[in-house]
Design a protein. Structure first.
Length: 62
């Protein structure tokens, strides 16, 4: 697996042997809901405000 955020820096000889997958950022609402389900499964108390703050700070990265 090869991952980059700077595709222009990858030589054409490498790119010709790769398959590209483009990933989009996950919406913060989705991240907050997922974090909430993890907290519930692990019996961790977390406020909705805290979950939204953490999700927003992640900027869509998982």
């Amino acid at each position: 697996i090869f991952a980059t955020t700077e595709i222009d820096a990858v030589p054409a000889t490498i790119l010709s042997r790769c398959q590209e997958f483009h990933f989009r950022r996950v919406p913060s609402q989705t991240l907050a809901a997922y974090l909430g389900s993890i907290c519930a499964a692990e019996s961790i108390a977390a406020s909705e405000t805290a979950l939204r703050l953490i999700a927003r700070a992640g900027e869509g990265s998982v």
